[in-house]
Ligand binder design. Sequence first.
Ligand code: GTP
Ligand code: MG
Length: 190
Amino acid sequence: MNYHNVKFAAAYGTSSQLPASTRPEIAFVGRSNVGKSSLLNKLFNRKKLAKVSSKPGKTSTINFFDAEGAHFVDLPGYGYAQVSKSEKLRWAEMINGYFEQDRDFTLVVSLIDIRHPATKLDVQMIDFLKEAELPFMVVLTKADKLSKTQMLRQVSALRKQLAFGPEVEVVPCSSENGTGIDDLKKVIEG
Ligand code: GTP
Ligand code: MG
């Protein structure tokens, strides 16, 4: 896969606006501020491909990026409490609506902060992915915040918490220092 050739394709504010899948989709999902948009930028080595913010709630639409015959999909985050009830409902509609459609889900990358146990909503997301039998992997974000020893400890703690078998790929990554990005690319390629 060539990560040098990517372009923004479109943004959708509700799942009903989404066109039918025309390409394999690789979707990035996780709580607000976990680092979805940053990870996309790091993958493609483009600082401003997807908008990033230190404040949660930055990505407020479903954003499609074209690369190599696939669509990379940056979703809004879940679990951000500081927005209006109507915004919260709209975001939930986008995330749930996206996954309820009959789309060409090639890989769902579920992002979880490596520093903490999975939240209730993270667990719900993983349970959904398992039940729907969607192909998924887990990226543990912000790995630069931990030492190597702490990192390994968190990988096994989260594997245990989420009851993953050996077939589930769990990759610690950092969009700051590039840890794990090559491993992530290998899983995407596979
Ligand atoms: P929403 O769009 O709000 O759902 O957030 P998001 O998941 O897209 O997160 P985003 O990429 O906007 O990053 C949120 C914050 O985390 C920003 O301040 C990033 O700089 C920071 N961040 C993201 N990835 C990393 C990482 O690997 N390491 C560190 N230290 N900070 C990170
Ligand atoms: Mg974002």
